[in-house]
Design a protein around this ligand. Structure first.
Ligand code: ADE
Length: 423
């Protein structure tokens, strides 16, 4: 079996982590048991470019139980858990190409390796796999029956491809499922981003001015959690509706250039580029911390920060780089950048907790089964996850939490379906 990982001897520790995560993934476990019986992916090759974590390992186990021949690579150079991938190779017989801290060349070499696996189904977290196949391996397009996309940034890229008529493969926008973004993006990102910041810095959040760029599901989750720990949160937005929502949720809302003067800690979660740039660094306070929890490392303009700095000290602590800048009056200030502007939650912490990835990855796995079942009718476009899958995942999660809910009576159903009754 082909693989490229840091050290196979780390497998024992990795297996413990995979099993620990599995304890908190009851929905995915049930899907795995169903797949073990029904083998929906029998004879199919799957390539996935995802964050290589213990939670992803449980997804990969599920796909393999379903009959797939699986190959994995990392969707971010810093998010790989080396012990987990060692266990995937040693204990579960799954091909993995991922090493934490790999450079850009190795990242693309690994992406190419899972493309060379010659997949029939792919999974992406950020659309790197599917866009590389379109650009460099169009010969594979006809054998790929569908692809699942895990994250907002990836879905935006894929919808842009669809709009340009460049998309040649059916896609399921797993990110857009309610069972994914309302929980993973909000509660997962909210908690894991703070976790990454705290692990990297050991800072006290209470009393800090925390600036959150972007008030999508992820930004909302983070703003809420930071407030819960006693921070004074300022939200920056470009969308008037989201800005209004943030204001009515009780947050201060202001342009970044104003917020930049006040912030002790900045976190970008927008999916766009250069959210924090020269004009913002210029007015920041001495000792400000800057990090990103959006998919790509383009939200903070580190090139400009580098140019503005007279001194850069790397790794003054794990995941912390210190940039020293000269102010106009000749005094100096330091800006601390966390995890080189890459996803802080997956770089400095362990990503979202298993309990929330349970829903996202059960949705992924069932979306994969849906693609196989519907392969003869799917077109090269972006599909939403079916309501049936969403309800299955939500009901299984509720059951695992021992929560019961009411059912509509016949009378209530009829009332909802009728239009004659009024005031
Ligand atoms: N994305 C965010 N958190 C994650 C995790 N724990 N595993 C895989 N992908 C993730």
């Amino acid at each position: 079996m082909e693989c490229d990982i840091k050290d196979n001897n780390l497998a024992q520790m990795g297996k413990k982590r995979i099993e620990w995560a599995s304890n908190d993934m009851p929905v995915l476990t049930q899907v795995r048991e169903k797949f073990a019986k029904e083998k929906p992916f029998s004879g199919l090759k799957m390539s996935a470019c995802l964050h290589m974590t213990a939670e992803t390992a449980n997804l990969a186990r599920t796909l393999k139980e379903g009959g797939a021949d699986v190959a994995l690579c990392a969707s971010n150079p810093l998010s790989t858990q080396d012990d987990v991938v060692a266990s995937l190779v040693e204990d579960y017989g799954i091909s993995v190409f991922a090493i934490k801290g790999e450079n850009t060349d190795t990242f693309y070499k690994h992406l190419k390796a899972v493309i060379a696996h010659s997949p029939n189904i792919t999974m992406d977290d950020g659309a790197d796999l599917i866009s590389t196949i379109h650009k460099e391996h169009p010969e594979l397009i006809k054998q790929i029956i569908g692809s699942m996309e895990e994250t907002t940034t990836g879905v935006i890229r894929l919808r842009a491809m669809e709009k340009d008529s460049a998309l040649k493969i059916p896609i399921v926008a797993v990110n857009d499922a309610k069972t994914k973004n309302m929980f993973d993006n909000r509660y997962g990102t909210g908690q894991s981003t703070l976790d990454g910041i705290i692990r990297a810095t050991d800072m006290l959040i209470a009393g800090k001015n925390v600036v959150v760029a972007g008030y999508g599901w992820c930004g909302r989750g983070f703003a809420d959690r930071a407030r819960g720990m006693g921070a004074k949160v300022i939200v920056t937005e470009v969308d008037p509706i989201k800005a209004l929502e943030a204001a009515m949720d009780g947050f201060e809302v202001s342009p970044m250039v104003e917020a930049a003067k006040k912030g002790d800690l900045f976190c970008t979660i927008t999916g766009d580029i250069n959210i924090i740039d020269k004009q913002h660094f210029e007015v920041m306070k001495d000792g400000a911390f800057v990090c990103n929890s959006g998919h790509f490392d383009c939200e903070i303009n580190l090139k400009n920060l580098e140019k503005m700095s007279e001194n850069i000290k790397k790794d003054i602590r794990n995941f912390v780089d210190e940039y020293t800048l000269k102010n106009d009056d000749g005094t100096k200030k330091r800006i601390f950048v966390l995890a080189e502007g890459r996803l802080i939650n997956l770089s400095a912490a362990e990503g979202h907790p298993a309990s929330v990835m349970d829903m996202s990855f059960a949705t992924q796995a069932l979306a994969g089964e849906w693609v196989v079942k519907n392969k003869d009718i799917l077109k090269p476009k972006v599909y939403n996850v079916s309501e049936e899958i969403e309800n299955t995942v939500a009901n299984l999660k509720l059951r695992s939490m021992d929560i019961q809910i009411d059912k509509l009576t016949e009378e209530q159903k009829n009332y909802l379906e009728s239009w004659q009754e009024g005031t």
